[in-house]
Design a binder for this molecule. Structure first.
Ligand SMILES: Nc1ncnc2c1ncn2[C@@H]1O[C@H](COP(=O)(O)OP(=O)(O)OP(=O)(O)O)[C@@H](O)[C@H]1O
Length: 941
């Protein structure tokens, strides 16, 4: 129907509607007649359209200019801050970790970690940001977000979580469904910012893990049976420009956040995790998520294609402390080794060395083009607040501090540093200004776009509406005519016969108290959440097995669950590839193909699908890039494997601290209260109790399994007994002959134990035997022996020998041939170190203090079930160095052995020896370990 026919229609309605008078109809007709002619109208609208288009072009140019400016300012800012930014997060104390036994050793301010060694002594470490144990995931991500902007600007980036096992790396990166971590938030922010940036992006998702030094694609199904085909091997390639590419790694194109999230969840299911003494759901690999971004039409971007790596590193662990053996030991060694190489790489970057040892591990090879150069790196160092983890904490803090000093120029004078701070503040101001301007321009563009849409579509819309109303009116009229009864009453037409816009909606029916599912409404209105019958939801419960069945590891491998393999097989192999299958329900939703296509079409309507929007060259270029479509991929996965949604939150054993700030709701109360400054977090009993109640509320059952109990602990027991026999050594002062005899006996016992039935054979847990063999007048001779079958060694030293630099140190390989002999410069225990060890002899003051603490019965390490605080020892000893005649102050008895087994030259040498043997065991050799030395020092305590 056209406008001209409106009068006629109104006349025809007159017979039915009394209130439509002739005069009214006439006036309407007059108005219509007086309307400007169509041509004029069109010309006018064309003019305004072109005007708006011009304005839009100007604004777009403006926003592009602002984008370039913002990128430059952000880049300058990050350059000043340092290309490697380091944040530190402190894990909250868990329920079950007794407050009294955990003296608060770590407290924090907004950018400082303070290690408290005792009431008077502490050490500060400063980072770009420190998150105290009460920090929420929101707070963490708000500081991570600027890096995502750099990714949109075309820079390669890498965010990695580093730290001791069980300190919350996975919690930070992955999070829980209620409190998502950095990975899901970063992906979401990436899509949001890409959408806002006015450019066309192509985003692809990949996920892999580095397990025992091998790359494993987490988006492909791995064989569970011998007959299953092997997935293609992943290999790392470097292109001519130095970019890293991984051959055969699946990259799936994602067009919105939800697709990426589903892939991420799928990948998480295949991660290798297992229960260890330190963490019941310990990641046994490095998990790496790669998001690649391609943008063909943004010249201001740094690169056409760039990427961001989101890495949840495996936890560094002290194999001696975790008492790992077999597969767990191998995993721990592989993780430690690659972390050590990462440290070396960071060290080399820091020192601006020509050669950066990227090639020494797969981890650093993969990250090569995202670490250093102009890439943006963010390290999230995680530490534990526990006193017993102090050494690992120091180790992690040292690692993080080294990383932080890259590009930061710690050698800068205070004047230069002040200048830098001023420049950073200026840049921040500038950035704020640019952001505000961008927002204004964006709003302007949105308004103009709306106007443009109204102008280009009005005629059409008007016509369409009239057409619709005309046909519906005609239809209604004819229906009404037909249904008019003899008395002239109008019978209500059935719903289905009314024009669509006149029919009640599902909501209006509900509001008016009608049953939305009755009569016609039933087939018209489908419940929004109702799934087509082709969907099926399966809920599977995997059995929880009794500890005893799982021996040391109590983890169920995916293969053992899914393929129904013998669950009683050796726990050694049971790295769990799907932790969610351990003892929780997994809800699985399988979508039919029909639904998949439906969902694909919905995604195509999503604003982020640029493939549809651009029908030009760009589309061809993008289409020619080969990526698997996410839905195809997931539907394939659903057919071939059991995929689904995972509730990792159920594995939260620590206390989730309630989010203080809801996302997107502006600054929290806490923010307002404290502004930029975060108050120092104290481990008060209240804090811990509130955590405990939070955990109870979460209804999370704490699963505590004494894993080590299942390891055949006989060898260790016996060694311990042997060890405790030092009292024999101490009291009886055996002669040289008897020493040899004892040695042989010890060796025999160890050899015998390692081949006993049920023991782990050759891979007995490493331990060091140490004893004072001879006591001369003023001189103790110390004997140390490793029980590691791969590396055996011995050392003899005495105060006099140390003084003269005569200490002998020998390490044997498995065939008893000497690897390093006396005076070999390759051995890490140098004369200098031995001398310093000599100075570490405890003072009388220290002994007295300890005795006093012993009497108090509380603060003595043995009373706490922990070993002596080494830093306290050290500092006391350092104090002592100032006193000249220390030999007069100490009794011969404490010199070698110390009061407890954790003191004295013997103990210090034992530590050194452990370092050496462990590094030899890890294949690092006995040569100068450089950064690795420090690294292992922390691990081996
Ligand atoms: N900030 C935190 N708030 C609440 N719970 C936490 C926090 N950090 C860690 N946890 C909890 O501590 C436990 C261990 O954390 P997680 O598994 O993330 O450690 P990890 O460093 O990844 O260990 P690994 O290196 O062995 O994999 C988990 O149960 C986790 O939920």
């Amino acid at each position: 129907m056209s406008v001209e026919n409106l009068g006629e229609t109104i006349h025809s309605l007159l017979g039915f509607k009394a209130h439509l008078t002739c005069a009214w109809a006439k006036s309407v007709c007059d108005i219509i007649k007086n309307l400007p002619s169509k041509d004029l109208e069109r010309k006018d609208s064309e003019l305004s359209i072109s005007k708006i288009k011009d304005e839009l072009a100007a604004l777009t140019a403006n926003i592009n200019r602002l984008n370039i400016q913002r990128r430059q300012v952000l880049n300058d800012f990050l350059d000043l801050k340092g290309n490697i930014r380091v944040f530190c997060r402190i894990r909250p104390i868990r329920i079950g970790e007794h407050f009294r036994c955990l003296r608060p050793v770590v407290a924090s301010e907004s950018s400082t970690v303070i290690l408290k060694f005792d009431d008077n002594k502490s050490k500060n470490y400063s980072f770009d940001k420190v998150f105290h144990p009460g920090s929420s995931q929101d707070e963490v991500f708000s500081d991570v977000e600027p890096l995502i902007k750099s990714v949109i600007d075309g820079y390669n980036a890498c965010i990695f979580a580093y730290g001791q096992t069980g300190t919350g790396k996975t919690f930070t990166m992955e999070g829980t469904p209620d409190t998502p971590g950095v990975v899901p938030r970063a992906i979401e922010a990436l899509f949001k910012q890409a959408e806002e940036s006015n450019h066309t992006f192509l985003i692809s998702f990949s996920m892999l893990e580095i397990y025992l030094g091998n790359l494993k694609d987490l988006l492909v199904t791995h064989p569970t049976k011998a007959t299953d085909p092997l997935p293609p091997c992943l290999s790392i390639k470097t292109d001519i420009k130095g970019g890293i590419e991984i051959d055969n790694l699946v990259a799936i194109q994602v067009s919105d956040f939800n697709q990426a999230l589903r892939l991420y969840r799928l990948g998480c299911r295949f991660r290798s995790t297992a229960s260890t003494n330190s963490n019941t759901t310990s990641s046994r690999s490095h998990c790496m998520i790669r998001i690649t971004i391609t943008c063909f039409d943004a010249l201001e971007r740094r690169r056409e294609t760039n990427k961001i790596w989101l890495v949840d590193l495996g936890g560094s662990e002290r194999v001696l402390k975790t008492k790992a053996w077999g597969r767990r030991l191998d995993e721990g060694k592989a993780i430690n080794l690659s972390l050590s190489v990462l440290g070396d790489v960071i060290n080399a970057l820091q020192r601006k060395k020509r050669h950066v040892p990227y090639r020494n591990s797969k981890l650093t090879q993969v990250l090569k083009d995202s670490l250093g150069d102009d890439s943006k790196t963010l390290m999230l160092a995680h530490i534990s607040p526990k006193e017993e983890d102090l050494c690992e904490t120091i180790c992690s803090l040292n690692f993080a501090t080294r990383a932080k000093s890259i590009h930061l120029g710690h050698s800068d004078s205070s004047e230069t540093r002040n200048q830098k701070e001023v420049s950073m503040k200026n840049l921040q101001q500038k950035m704020k200004h640019i952001e505000e301007e961008r927002l204004k321009v964006r709003r302007g563009i949105e308004k103009l776009n709306e106007k443009l849409e109204n102008l280009t579509r009005p005629a059409l819309r008007f016509e369409e509406q009239l057409q619709a109303s005309h046909s519906s009116t005609e239809e209604s009229l004819s229906n009404l005519k037909a249904k008019k009864n003899k008395t002239g009453d109008v019978i209500a037409a059935p719903m289905s016969e009314l024009p669509r816009f006149m029919r009640p909606t599902f909501c209006s029916k509900r509001k008016s108290g009608m049953d939305p599912n009755t009569s016609e409404g039933k087939d018209q209105v489908l419940g929004r959440r109702r799934r087509p019958p082709s969907h099926r939801a399966v809920s599977v419960t995997f059995p929880v097995k009794n500890n005893s069945e799982y021996n040391s590891d109590c983890s169920i491998s995916r293969s053992s669950c899914l393929a129904g393999l013998n669950l009683k097989r050796s726990a050694d192999n049971e790295t769990e590839y799907s932790q969610e299958t351990l003892d929780y329900d997994s809800k699985m939703v399988a979508f039919s193909k029909q639904d998949t296509s439906q969902r694909t079409s919905t995604h195509q309507k999503a604003p982020f699908n640029y493939l549809e929007k651009n029908g030009n060259q760009k589309t061809e270029k993008i289409n020619s890039t080969k990526f698997s479509k996410v839905d195809d991929w997931l539907s394939h996965k659903n057919e071939s494997t059991i995929s689904g949604y995972i509730h990792r939150s159920k594995r939260v054993l620590a206390l989730p601290i309630p989010e203080k700030k809801k996302r997107g709701t502006g600054p929290s109360k806490e923010d307002k209260l404290y502004g930029d400054k975060v108050p120092a977090y104290e481990f008060t009993e209240e804090n811990i109790i509130s955590h405990s109640t939070a955990e109870k509320r979460c209804d999370v059952e704490r699963v505590e399994m004494p894993l080590s109990a299942v390891i055949s602990d006989k060898p260790q027991m016996m060694l311990k007994e042997l060890f405790e026999q030092d009292s024999t050594f101490n009291s009886t002062s055996p002669s040289h002959e008897s020493r040899d005899q004892t040695m042989t006996e010890m060796q025999d016992s160890i050899d015998g134990l390692s081949t006993e039935e049920g023991s782990p054979g050759n891979l007995s847990p490493p331990d060091i035997c140490c004893g004072r063999l001879d006591q001369h007048k003023n001189d103790d001779e110390v004997y140390i022996m490793s029980t590691m079958p791969e590396v055996k060694g011995e050392t003899q030293c005495s105060d006099n020998m140390l003084k003269n630099g005569e200490c002998s140190f020998s390490v044997y390989d498995i065939d008893n041939s000497v690897i390093n002999g006396k005076g070999d410069p390759g051995v890490s225990i140098s004369r200098l170190e031995l001398e310093s060890l000599c100075q570490h002899v405890p003072t009388e003051k220290y002994i007295k203090d300890n005795e006093k603490e012993d009497l108090d019965g509380f603060s003595h390490p043995s009373a706490l079930g922990t070993r002596a605080n080494p830093l306290k020892l050290r500092s006391e000893r350092a104090l002592f160095m100032d006193n000249a005649n220390y030999k007069d102050l100490i009794t011969p008895n404490v010199r070698s052995q110390g009061r407890t087994q954790n003191e004295g030259i013997c103990y210090d040498l034992k530590e050194k020896f452990q370092l050496l043997t462990a590094s030899a065991l890890l294949g690092l050799g006995l040569h100068d370990l450089g950064f690795g030395h420090d690294f292992f020092h922390g691990l081996m305590f």
